[in-house]
Design a protein around this ligand. Sequence first.
Ligand SMILES: [Fe+2]
Ligand SMILES: [Fe+2]
Length: 211
Amino acid sequence: MAGFYTNRCHPPTGTTRAEETYQGVGAIETIMRGHGLLLRTIIIYDLIGERLAKGEKTDPALVLKTTEVIHTYLQNFHENMEERYIFKPMEDANSNAASIQELKIQHGTAYELTRRITDLAKAGKLNSELQGYLGSFGKMYRYHSAWEDTVIFPAFDGLMSKKDLADLGGVLQQEEKKILGTSGFASFVKDIAAVERQLGIYDPSKWTAKL
Ligand SMILES: [Fe+2]
Ligand SMILES: [Fe+2]
């Protein structure tokens, strides 16, 4: 077993910790930071859903900016990469096949939810139907991404050699450029930060529990 999870604890003889960290981190880190971005979109959806439930006014553009990030970064890039470079080799190795099948179904369900959310927001229909779809997306994808982080990626890490993981890090970088062009991860984080600012939730200080 070699890679992101295990190498950090047990660097093999003859390899420095810096080399170990660099070689193993690329691919899995690229995918896992996508989950951080996903969580921020879910938090936006939560807040907009709460506002809709209270009958408060919300600008549909905030929903549309968020669905754009989900569609472009998370679906076109992140999930595409998961299915091609993580799920496929795991299926070929008969590793976690049943849950991978379910995760792929969830990718498709999220795609349809995103389409419906986008259509309703474009039509200015900020109603209970939209509220339901926002809630369904968050409920499904909180567990989905946590499952990938704690079950699927550690199992994938165990299947791959250190070199395979290092090579995959480079492949994902190239794919990111090919699929997203000059818009890298940071530009999508900026887009989400802009929505958070408009909602008044940008900055960790907004989230510190009051005791
Ligand atoms: Fe996924
Ligand atoms: Fe994912």
